[in-house]
Design a protein around this ligand. Structure first.
Ligand SMILES: [Zn+2]
Length: 160
């Protein structure tokens, strides 16, 4: 496989920043144990254009440049998988709200449970979701949540 140019590597680094969440489309390795559709957190792009990542299932196989394919989380279902994953790794205290990005002071368990995914959100956003479900407020798609839009703040786990 030809090495990518410096421009392509830089484009890949902008497109797949550290912390961004990806979904596997194709892995050109008959021995891989990673099923198509698995999600991972990007940990970097090396000089050969390979996307380094930490798979939720516990592997660190990279996405080989020119051989494997992936895409960033896009669909509602993919975003929910990511938010559920973040929810499993929320810090016990002073966590960042995945909707608005604000710090939730004190124990995370005392804040609000999201109606969109298994994750804690700030009390204000808990109220917003209730108002969205009552159709009083326009709903904020999970794709637009801070945790998805600013993955670099997650550092692999949404901790802020
Ligand atoms: Zn919030």
């Amino acid at each position: 496989m030809n090495s990518p140019s410096r421009e392509i590597v830089e484009w890949l680094r902008r497109e797949y920043p550290v912390g961004c969440r990806i979904v596997l489309d194709v892995m050109d390795d008959p021995y891989t144990k990673i099923p198509v559709g698995s999600q991972a957190t990007v940990t970097g792009v090396d000089d050969a254009g390979n996307i380094m990542c930490a798979w939720d299932i516990g592997s660190s196989l990279f996405i080989a440049y020119g051989a494997d394919r992936c895409h960033k989380v896009t669909t509602e279902e993919e975003v929910k998988v990511t938010l559920d994953w973040y929810g499993k790794h929320q810090p016990e205290k002073d966590a960042r709200c995945p909707r608005c990005g604000e710090i939730m002071p004190g124990p995370t368990s005392r804040h609000a449970i999201s109606r969109r995914a298994n994750i804690m959100i700030c009390d204000m956003d808990g109220m917003r979701e209730a108002l969205e479900d009552a159709r009083i407020m326009k709903s904020l798609p999970p794709m637009d949540w801070c945790a998805i839009q600013l993955p670099q703040n997650g550092g692999g786990k949404w901790r802020g």
